[in-house]
Every structure is written in structure tokens, then in C-alpha cells.
Design a protein around this ligand. Structure first.
Ligand code: HEM
Ligand code: HEM
Length: 215
């Protein structure tokens, strides 16, 4: 089992992740062409202005209105993206397979970042269960996507600390990481790409056409 998940399935998941993401991006750009106003309205200046504004914590009114959610969303995403890339154990695997390596963070730091992702996921879960206005717009798929995002962190943490049988946890960890990678292009986790496009369009329409701001 270990050989399967740590060998061919790693290949398959990375190929599907990269290929699927390129395909989805291509389809989105083609679909946008069908709408007569999207490309003509696009402006580099206002598009970038909007993206930069929305990736700065507390820059927008809505973020200031929900400070706890803002802190959670930003720390969740920063740790979610950076931890697997800067993790020593992952870097060692890249080096063993491809002889490539890059900068890593101390293990104590990535351990804390992992806990932050798990804590933020529990916060998002509670928010969906407790707040009636959020529960109203929550579908079962929202819970599933949250679980897919949190699982590699939970299983990675347990495997690293060897709290449960190591080999089993490592297999579960690698499998959950692969599921997450494969799910990104084909589920709403692809907001990772759409975010930048949508913000660029909104910023362009507000800035260049309506002469106002989208925050
Ligand atoms: C796709 C194949 C993957 C492989 C082969 C893999 C492999 C590993 C290995 C060998 C460890 C170290 C366990 C130890 O120290 O004994 C680890 C830890 C970890 N992995 Fe992965 N991983 C994969 C995907 C992912 C993904 C997609 C994520 C998150 C997005 C992730 C997040 C983590 C975290 C957070 C830890 C360590 C937690 C801690 O130190 O507290 N991994 N992984
Ligand atoms: C790096 C580019 C990304 C950007 C710009 C981004 C942006 C966002 C934004 C704006 C939200 C809404 C937060 C809110 O309501 O305030 C969100 C939610 C979320 N994102 Fe991302 N995201 C990115 C990558 C990812 C990735 C790679 C994953 C996981 C694989 C992910 C998982 C989630 C989840 C699970 C939620 C929903 C949390 C909830 O249940 O409310 N994001 N993201």
C-alpha cells in the first residue's frame, strides 16, 4: 500500500493537479470571451489595484466588519499554502527524487503553522454550524471541501508526532494530500485561481467604468 500511495499515486495526483488547473484556467479564459464586456473592460491598472487591496488584511470595509473571520482567513491561507512548500520532510522527498531543494522553515515553526490550519478549520466548521446566516447558505459540499483541506494537516501532524501507528498515518497522510491536490482543479477549491480573475474584473469594472472602488 505504501509503495502505491508514495509512488504512482503521487505522479498521478501532481499530473492531474497541474493538467487540471491549466485546463480549468483555459476554459475560464475561453468562457470569458463569450461575454462581450469582460475583456474590453479589463484594465491592468485597476485589476492589479483591486487584487493588491483584497490581499491586504483589513484593507476592505467588509474585513474590518468581521475582524475574527479576517484573521482566521488570512492565517489559514498563508499557513495552508506555505507549510507544505517550506516543510523540511517534503523538501527531503523532493531532494531524494529529483535532487532539487529549496528554503525550509524550522520544524517547530511548520508544526505551529499546521496547528493553525487545523484550528482555523475548526473555527470555519463551528461558524457554519452556529451562525444561522452562514448555515443558511451552507451545503454538505462545504463541509466536504473543508475536510479535504484540513485532512493533510491533521494526518501530517499525527504522523510527524507518531501519536498513532506511524506507517498507517503516513499512508493516510499521503492519500489525503493526493486527494486535496486532485480536488483543487475540479471543485470550488479552484477559487485559488478564480479569485485573482474575478477580483481583476471587478476592480476593472469599478475603477475604469464606474469610477469607483470595489471595497
Ligand atoms: C502528495 C504527496 C505527499 C507526500 C508524499 C507527503 C509526505 C509527507 C511526509 C513524509 C511527512 C513527514 C512525516 C514525518 O515527519 O514523519 C509529511 C508531513 C506533513 N505534510 Fe505531507 N505529503 C504530501 C502531501 C501533503 C499536502 C498536499 C499537504 C498540505 C497541503 C501536506 C502537509 C503536511 C504537513 C502539514 C506535515 C507535517 C506536520 C507537522 O510537522 O506538524 N502534505 N508529509
Ligand atoms: C492562494 C490562493 C487562494 C486565495 C486567494 C483564496 C481566497 C479565499 C477567500 C477570499 C475565501 C473566502 C473567505 C471569506 O469568506 O472571508 C476562501 C475560503 C476558503 N478557502 Fe481559499 N484561497 C486560496 C487558496 C486556497 C487553497 C489552496 C485551499 C485548499 C486547498 C483553500 C481552501 C479554502 C476553504 C476551505 C475556504 C472556506 C472556509 C469556510 O468554510 O468558510 N483556499 N479562500
Amino acid at each position: 500500500m505504501y509503495e502505491l500511495v508514495s509512488g504512482p499515486l503521487v505522479w498521478i495526483s501532481f499530473i492531474v493537479f497541474i493538467g487540471g488547473s491549466l485546463y480549468q484556467l483555459g476554459s475560464m479564459l475561453k468562457l470569458a470571451k463569450k461575454d462581450k464586456v469582460i475583456y474590453p473592460y479589463m484594465s491592468l491598472k485597476y485589476g492589479l489595484r483591486s487584487i493588491i487591496h483584497w490581499i491586504i488584511p483589513f484593507a476592505s470595509t467588509n474585513m474590518r466588519k468581521r475582524p475574527v473571520m479576517t484573521i482566521m482567513t488570512f492565517t489559514f491561507h498563508i499557513c495552508l499554502v506555505l507549510t507544505p512548500i517550506l516543510l523540511l520532510s517534503h523538501n527531503i522527498l523532493w531532494y531524494q527524487s529529483w535532487k532539487i531543494s529549496w528554503w525550509t522553515l524550522p520544524e517547530a515553526t511548520t508544526d505551529i503553522m499546521t496547528v493553525i490550519v487545523i484550528a482555523a478549520s475548526i473555527f470555519f466548521l463551528m461558524r457554519r454550524l452556529v451562525l444561522s446566516e452562514v448555515r443558511f447558505v451552507t451545503f454538505p459540499s462545504d463541509y466536504l471541501l473543508l475536510a479535504i483541506a484540513a485532512a493533510p494537516f491533521l494526518t501530517g501532524l499525527v504522523a510527524y508526532h507518531q501519536w498513532l501507528p506511524y506507517k498507517t498515518m503516513l499512508i493516510l497522510h499521503i492519500l489525503s494530500g493526493e486527494i486535496m491536490l486532485i480536488a483543487i482543479p475540479f471543485t470550488r477549491l479552484s477559487h485559488m485561481f478564480y479569485f485573482f480573475f474575478t477580483r481583476a474584473y471587478m476592480g476593472s469594472e469599478f475603477g475604469a467604468v464606474r469610477n469607483s472602488k470595489d471595497w
